[in-house]
Design a protein around this ligand. Structure first.
Ligand code: MN
Length: 737
């Protein structure tokens, strides 16, 4: 019997073997702490409980993990199985160790019920996501390995259940992390309980043939050794092994063959110092034995996604027995056996594309890990993958994968839209929560439904994180609330229209409605309103399209009009050749420009003329005719002699606009309510104001600048008189120049 203390000594020795700076003081403290707290607890095999954490720590040390991992491994069952707590561990061994122990405890508490195949990948992802720190999952794997090694003391039901979990969840995770040795041990141990008959059959056949196999293997080993020595390849280690039972089992099953028909039960390994040596060894092997075509694989040039590197070839010896040879460097071997954890010496870049995106994170992590030491490397291996996903359980134990930040609403709709639509409450881990509760990895979520439920509310749309939930909620509103949607949609459409200065009657006018509906792709306005109402279409989008369409139509109309006018103008020109007839003139903006038809006209900003004012025109360079009041200083022809020829006669036509924009300046003694009085005066004159600003002078005067719309100079005079009558107003004038 190995004593507990001897086991501990062995652990220390293993640690010293790879980590000279390990904190052995703290490690011993952790060992003693765990031993004390587990006290009289026993394993099922009758050994003291402390042997379990010790053996788990031993496996963790064989993975060559850092001191904190060893300490956490020793303490890994303390929170779950003894009276000590997170705070206690944090105080004695630091927050990092406590976090790792806590993480392992959380993984231990995950309940796996029988699951469908497609659930497994989600569950593996969830374990990763819950781990945060890669050490958590590595310790959990070590824990599981030791439990599997001691599984014979459990009940048959528990053996089956644990073996199934191990095969489906832990072995694939070990594989993903490149822990080949642990992976196959987990698989073999699981097979032993999952298919005891087949396992026993394979084991017995291997045992029965072992003398013969041993002879064969040592013969091959000697042959290879001799040739390598001859060729002068230094430091080569050659050894043979049988394929492990699960890999034989899988091959028998997949290839539907008996064990005797399988042809690579034997595998040899050649370990050398350098990559060139690997290829030299390959040449030597192919020289001694006949290679089987199509069985050579170069994982050195193209490493496997879990960083595995090796040359594989299958050859046939004199006896006609085929066997596999794996050739790799010692460094590559360490990675193959211990996985990513053994990686800190690995400096070669990873070449080649695997196409297996699920491993991408390991590569990403490793790319940043070139010159760090073991301790640093391990602690920086934070598992940040799946940061944008969250994994939760249904009450039945199915795993549901949702976007990070998901709420019970997302969960409900991911199960079925009927669940979401009849939801009246949600429980997480047995406690009622609000609909906006953010789900965490591993939460068990239960949705309460009722036939009398009112259905989703509109704010669920903003609470839900998944587009799936949002679109299902929209669907519901679309179906269930048509009348309400139409009213809502119409209201927001109208208010959006108002923003761009349109009103509904412009849209519903019979001559435009059909092309507008075509533009927004709806059969009727009600349908468009309904879509806006349930959120399938936005009012803004609708209005933009409507406005575009109206603009396009008015442009088309303008073109049409211009074409007609051009024709009319041509006719007029013809007519003008007859001098006796009065000359026909066209006006633009109510202005007739002598001798020019259809020319661009604008009103000058300096004097803002209105109908009734005496006006004159100035032919600008490129912008048509600018119209000034005759009394505007800028209209004084004497002002710029060079431009004298540009002045042209203009007059008000008969087809003037309804209103013209013009400016006024009001000077007043400042007082309370002055602005209000001016506004009142403007509104009694029914004049609209488009701009108003006030400038208060230091000596107590206020100068107002107004821009108003009037029909003509008569109305303007009226307005000016009205303002003039207001008390304290001193002067009202039309600015010019
Ligand atoms: Mn344990």
């Amino acid at each position: 019997m190995v004593t507990v203390e001897e086991r501990y000594e062995h652990l220390e020795k293993t640690i010293r073997g790879y980590n000279i700076s390990a904190d052995l003081g703290q490690i011993r403290a952790a060992y003693e702490y765990a031993r004390e707290h587990h006290g009289e607890q026993m394993r099922r095999d009758g050994s003291p409980y402390i042997t379990h954490p010790l053996q788990v720590a031993q496996i963790v040390a064989e993975m060559r993990l850092d001191s904190e991992s060893i300490i956490a491994a020793l303490l890994h069952d303390c929170i779950e199985d003894t009276d000590c707590c997170y705070e206690d561990i944090a105080k004695r061994f630091g927050v990092t160790v406590a976090d790792v122990v806590d993480g392992v405890t959380k993984l231990t508490r995950v309940k796996y019920s029988t699951m469908e195949e497609e659930q497994m990948e989600n569950l593996r992802k969830m374990l990763f996501a819950m781990s945060r720190d890669i050490r958590v999952i590595l310790i959990k794997i070590a824990d599981r390995l030791h439990n599997m090694r001691t599984m014979e003391y459990q009940t048959p039901a528990k053996q089956k259940k644990k073996s199934f979990e191990t095969m489906e969840i832990y072995a694939p995770i070990a594989h993903r992390l490149g822990l080949a040795k642990i992976k196959w041990e987990l698989e073999d141990l699981s097979l032993k309980y999952l298919d005891p008959v087949a396992y026993e059959d394979i084991r017995q056949k291997l045992a029965a043939g072992s003398a013969q196999h041993g002879k064969f293997m040592s013969h091959i080993q000697e042959e290879i050794n001799a040739r390598l020595a001859e060729e002068g390849i230094p430091h080569a280690t050659v050894y043979g092994r049988m394929k492990h039972p699960y890999s034989i089992y899988r091959k028998m099953y997949l290839q539907e063959k008996t064990m005797e028909e399988l042809y690579d039960l034997f595998a040899f390994r050649v370990l050398v110092d350098t990559v060139p040596d690997c290829y030299n060894v390959l040449g030597v092997i192919h020289d001694i034995y006949k290679p089987i075509l199509g069985r050579f694989k170069d994982y050195i040039a193209t490493p496997k996604p879990n960083m595995y590197q090796s040359l594989h070839t299958t050859v046939i010896g004199e006896e006609g027995i085929p066997f596999e040879v794996q050739i790799r460097t010692y460094d590559m071997h360490a990675i193959a056996e211990y996985g990513v954890a053994a990686h800190w010496k690995y400096k070669q870049g990873i070449r080649g594309e695997s196409g297996e995106a699920s491993y991408e994170w390991i590569r990403r992590l490793l790319e940043n890990q070139e010159d760090t030491d073991a301790e640093e490397f391990i602690s920086s291996l934070k598992v940040d993958l799946f940061a944008d996903e969250v994994f939760v359980f249904t009450p039945r134990g199915d795993v549901v994968n949702l976007p990070a930040g998901a709420t019970p609403i997302d969960f409900a709709y991911s199960i079925h839209s009927a669940i979401g639509n009849t939801m009246v409450g949600a429980k997480v881990n047995g406690r009622m929560v609000g609909y906006d509760y953010q789900l965490h990895n591993g939460d068990v979520v239960e949705i309460n439904t009722s036939k009398a439920a009112h259905g989703p509310s509109r704010d669920w749309m903003t609470i839900a994180k998944s587009s799936e939930a949002r679109s299902k909620i929209r669907q519901w509103f679309k179906r269930e609330r048509r009348e309400e949607n139409i009213a809502r949609g119409r209201a927001s459409f109208e208010s959006e229209l108002k923003h761009v200065g349109l009103n509904l009657s412009q849209v519903t006018a019979p001559d435009v409605l059909s092309s507008i509906l075509k533009r927004v792709s709806f059969q009727s306005l009600d349908e468009m309103y309904a879509a806006i109402g349930y959120g399938g279409y936005t009012a803004l989008k609708a209005v933009n399209r409507v406005r575009d369409e109206l603009l396009q139509m008015s442009r088309a109309a303008a073109l049409e009009k211009a074409a007609q006018e051009a024709a009319a103008a041509k006719a007029a020109q013809e007519a003008a050749k007859q001098p006796s007839l009065p000359r026909k003139v066209k006006s633009e903006k109510g202005i007739v420009v002598e001798g020019l038809s259809n020319c661009l006209v604008k009103f000058s900003k300096c004097c803002t003329p209105v109908p009734g004012d005496e006006i004159t025109g100035f032919i600008t360079r490129g912008y048509g005719v600018s119209v000034h009041r005759k009394d505007c200083p800028n209209a004084d022809p004497a002002r710029n002699a060079a431009d004298q020829g540009r002045w042209i006669k203009v007059s008000w036509g008969e087809d003037v606009y309804e209103s013209y924009s013009t400016s006024l300046e009001v000077v007043a003694k400042d007082r309370n309510n002055l602005l209000m009085d001016i506004s009142a005066a403007l509104s009694t004159c029914k004049v609209s104001v488009s701009n108003l600003n006030v400038h208060a002078t230091a000596d107590g005067f206020a100068i107002f600048h107004l821009t108003i719309s009037v029909a003509d100079s008569k109305q303007l005079e009226q307005v000016m008189r009205k303002i003039q009558q207001i008390s304290s107003v001193m002067k009202v004038n039309r600015p010019a120049g």
